[in-house]
Write a protein that binds this ligand. Structure first.
Ligand code: GUN
Ligand code: ZN
Length: 450
């Protein structure tokens, strides 16, 4: 049945543009149909009656009463940190030393890496996330393990080996030369292998020498369509450290810019403390920000200024940043994004300038917005005809409280907001990758559908 052209009937939502710039950013069909071809791609989407008239003999999977939307895209996450999510008490730099580095050491063991990769991919599926931009560790084994696991599901995943040659324990350090050679071999093995894509991944400026950042720039010149993935301006102590390590730079972003690391397909996690000229520079170079609210709150990093990113036209996608982030779930991540915009009002001079994050923008950031941040909008993130049919079926009545509260909603935007505040993995009924229903440990991906 998976290999026939199939129609999925549900309330269908997807985005066609950014709510910040368009009056009609989304299409919503309360009784809608998504048609997926035998190639796993979107053939049609629209009102059920109209679409089904064109496909009189099609097999229909009935998800009436459920919301069907493009699979969520996590624009920044660390798979090796799955086992250290929810570690108490430290902010960024101490948290890295106390928890992260010892954890990441284990991934030179391929068998170990494979077992964590499997758990990680299962969590993505259970949470309706079908694409992610993922940090490995310094060990190439970690990247092989992850891509091998993703390929068992044919997932569109972007990942890379960490480049890190200073300011971390010896057991995790590479060198400029070895990081170049290892990254290049992984690019040749994995980039565009099936749906896999590679990201050149210097951890962040403090853990790379100028020589290593130059090697990262060289890789991007030699392989112009790979990604660049790192961290930027997350924490105030981190920013001061970068200034002391690169005294001639004019700021944190300038360090990366000076090695040619900013362009389309460059993704910077966080950007919590960016200056105006840095927002402007990101817009000019085409680099994107991964906005990671649960992480920024968990590590006490600060309150990202999403409105400023909009003002400057910087591409933004939503990210979980697990294991500093506290949930794999996009709904929970949007929940904290909303609260962050509320909290910003307490810290700005003029609270009337801060607008609470609208549900419609939050869902955009987790789907089409993230796809654009990753330059993948012609593959995933919306139901544009020809896109790969990665989608999620959400039960808006998954819990007693959701069901009770939903009775008092009227518009789809009301429903989406309630879902983002009260929903979690229990609301993710099914996840489809290229039109194929996913299972976790042999069960349907809706945890609570067992
Ligand atoms: N900056 C450098 N490495 C990391 C990491 O692993 N997590 C987060 N949140 N920030 C970082
Ligand atoms: Zn991170």
């Amino acid at each position: 049945a998976q290999y026939q052209t199939t129609a999925y009937r549900a309330s269908i939502l997807h985005f066609v543009d950014d709510p910040a710039v368009s009056q009609t950013p989304y299409e919503y069909y309360e009784d809608g149909v998504l048609v997926v071809g035998t190639d796993g791609k979107v053939k049609a989407v629209g009102p059920a009656n109209t679409v089904l008239n064109n496909y009189p003999y099609i097999q229909v999977v009935d998800y009436s009463g459920k919301i069907l939307m493009p699979g969520f895209i996590d624009s920044h996450v660390h798979y090796p940190q799955t086992e250290m999510i929810a570690s108490f008490g430290e902010q960024l730099l101490d948290w890295l030393n106390t928890y992260t580095f010892p954890t990441e050491q284990q991934f030179s063991n391929k068998t170990y890496a494979k077992s964590v990769a499997k758990t990680f991919i299962n969590e993505l599926v259970r949470n309706g996330t079908t694409t992610a931009l993922v940090f490995g560790t310094v060990s190439p084994n970690s990247v092989d393990a992850l891509f091998e696991e993703a390929q068992t599901r044919n997932m569109r995943l972007i990942a890379g080996k960490v480049m890190m040659d200073r300011n971390a324990p010896d057991y995790l350090l590479d060198t400029p030369a070895s990081s170049y050679t290892d990254s290049k071999a992984l690019i040749q093995k994995w980039h565009k292998n099936g749906r896999a894509l590679y990201a050149v991944t210097p951890r962040f400026a403090p853990t790379s020498t100028p020589e290593q950042l130059a090697k990262a720039g060289q890789l991007l010149r030699e392989f112009p369509d790979v990604y660049m993935h790192t961290h930027l301006s997350e924490n105030k102590a981190e920013i001061a450290w970068v200034q002391s390590l690169f005294p001639s730079s004019t700021g944190y972003l300038d360090v990366y810019n000076s090695f040619g690391l900013s362009r389309n397909r460059s993704v910077y996690a966080h950007g919590v403390h960016l200056r105006d000229d840095e927002f402007q520079s990101l817009a000019q170079t085409g680099a994107a920000i991964a906005f990671c609210p649960t992480s920024n709150m968990f590590l006490g990093s600060g309150l990202f200024n999403l409105q400023k990113a909009e003002q400057y036209g910087v591409k933004v996608g939503l990210g979980t940043d697990v294991g500093a982030g506290t949930s794999f779930n996009a709904l929970q991540t949007m929940n904290e994004a909303y609260k962050m915009t509320q909290l910003r009002k307490a810290f700005v001079d003029d609270p009337s300038t801060v607008n609470p994050l609208k549900a419609i923008k939050a869902y955009y950031l987790a789907t089409l917005g993230a796809a654009r941040a990753l330059s993948l909008e012609n593959q995933v993130g919306s139901f544009k005809i020809g896109n790969e049919a990665d989608f999620v079926v959400i039960n808006p009545n998954a819990t007693d409280l959701l069901k009770f509260r939903m009775q008092k909603t009227n518009t789809i935007e009301d429903k989406l907001f309630v879902l983002q505040m009260l929903g979690d993995d229990r609301a993710i009924q099914n996840t489809y990758v290229m039109g194929k229903k996913q299972t976790v440990n042999g069960y349907g991906s809706g945890y609570y559908q067992y």
